[in-house]
Write a protein that binds this ligand. Structure first.
Ligand code: AKG
Ligand code: FE2
Length: 291
C-alpha cells in the first residue's frame, strides 16, 4: 500500500513496513527548510507510525537540528562526551575514538538493552532522531518494540491490573540498567527520578501504551518488592516479545525518528569488529509529562 500526498510543493509517499508501527517516507529532502505542508505530513504520518525512516539524506548538525525543531524543543544529550562541539543539542552515537580507532564497547555493547531515553525525567524525551553518517556493512541495526501494540494485545485481566499503576523511574535503576562509562551532565547524574503511569495515553490519538523501561524503571509504586519485580518482568517480556519488534538495518544517509512515548529501542549489535558506526542524533522534548 502506498499513500501519497500531493500539494503544489511536494509529492511524498508513505510505505508502511509494519502496520501502525514502522514506515518509510519518500520524497522529502530534509536538508532544506520543510514547507508547512511537509511538516504537517510528517506529523500526521508519525501519529500513525511511531518509527519513521527517510532514506538518502545528507544533513549536517544545523540541518538535523532544524528538522528536529519542527517537532518540539531540542534537548541537549545527557552524556557530555557525546555532544557535538558548538552544537550541544546535537550528539553522536559513535564507536570512533578521537584517534579514529573503533572502540569495541561502542560497537556492540552500548545501549544493547531495550530502553526509552530519559524516562527518569518529569518530562521525558519524546522523540529521538538519528542520522546514519558511517554505517557498518552488516549488523549494527537499531531495534524497536511497539508498546501500543503490546497494550492492545494485553489480556483483559492484565489490563485491569496494570492500568491504575504508577512506577518510579530513576537513572539506570531498572533491571537492565548499568552505569555507562560516559560522563553525564550533573543535573542528570543526581536526578531524583520521576513517577509515571505504567500505562500512558497518547493525547493526540487517545491510544494507550505500556510505559515501562528496562533500564530506568526502578519499581512499581504501592506494591511489595516481589510483586513489583514480577509485574515489571512480565510487562517488559510482553513488550519485547518478537511479535512487537522491528530491526532497522542502517544505510548511510538514513534518518530515523521515533516516538519515545510508545516504543522501546536498543542497539541490536552484531556489527563486524573494527567497522565504524557513527550516527548523528537530536532529541526532542514536547513539554508533556506522561498521563
Ligand atoms: O545505537 C543505537 O542504535 C541506539 C542508540 C540509542 O539508544 C539512542 O540513540 O538513544
Ligand atoms: Fe537510547
Amino acid at each position: 500500500m502506498i499513500e501519497a500526498a500531493k500539494t503544489e510543493r511536494m509529492e511524498c509517499a508513505v510505505r508502511p513496513l509494519r502496520a501502525g508501527f514502522v514506515a518509510e517516507i519518500d520524497g522529502i529532502n530534509l536538508s532544506q527548510k520543510l514547507s508547512v505542508e511537509e511538516v504537517e505530513f510528517v506529523r500526521e504520518t508519525f501519529r500513525e507510525f511511531p518509527v519513521l525512516i527517510f532514506h538518502d539524506q545528507s544533513l549536517d548538525p544545523p540541518a538535523l537540528m532544524a528538522f528536529g525543531s519542527n517537532f518540539g524543543t531540542l534537548a541537549p544529550h545527557t552524556q557530555l562526551k557525546y555532544r557535538v562541539p558548538d552544537y550541544p543539542a546535537c550528539s553522536l552515537v559513535t564507536n570512533r575514538e578521537p584517534d579514529g580507532r573503533v572502540d569495541e564497547f561502542g560497537q556492540n555493547s552500548r545501549a544493547v538493552a531495550f530502553h526509552s531515553d530519559g524516562s527518569f525525567k518529569a518530562v521525558p524525551d519524546a522523540i529521538t532522531i538519528l542520522h546514519g553518517i558511517e554505517v557498518p556493512s552488516s549488523g549494527g541495526g537499531t531495534e524497536f518494540a511497539d508498546c501500543r501494540a503490546a497494550w492492545d494485545a494485553l489480556p483483559d485481566d492484565w489490563r485491569q491490573r496494570v492500568q491504575p499503576l504508577k512506577a518510579r523511574h530513576r537513572l539506570h535503576k531498572g533491571v537492565s540498567g548499568t552505569p555507562g562509562p560516559a560522563k553525564r551532565a550533573p543535573e542528570v547524574e543526581n536526578h531524583p527520578g520521576s513517577v509515571h503511569p505504567v500505562v500512558r495515553t497518547l493525547p493526540e490519538s487517545g491510544r494507550r501504551s505500556i510505559y515501562v523501561n528496562p533500564v530506568h524503571t526502578e519499581c512499581v509504586e504501592g506494591v511489595g518488592a516481589d510483586e513489583s519485580r514480577e509485574l515489571l518482568a512480565a510487562l517488559i517480556a510482553h513488550c519485547t516479545a518478537p511479535a512487537f519488534r522491528h530491526v532497522h538495518g542502517w544505510r548511510r544517509g538514513d534518518v530515523v525518528m521515533w516516538d519515545q512515548r510508545c516504543t522501546l529501542h536498543r542497539a541490536a549489535g552484531g556489527a563486524p569488529a573494527g567497522e565504524a558506526r557513527v550516527l548523528l542524533r537530536v532529541m526532542i522534548v514536547t513539554g508533556e509529562a506522561p498521563v
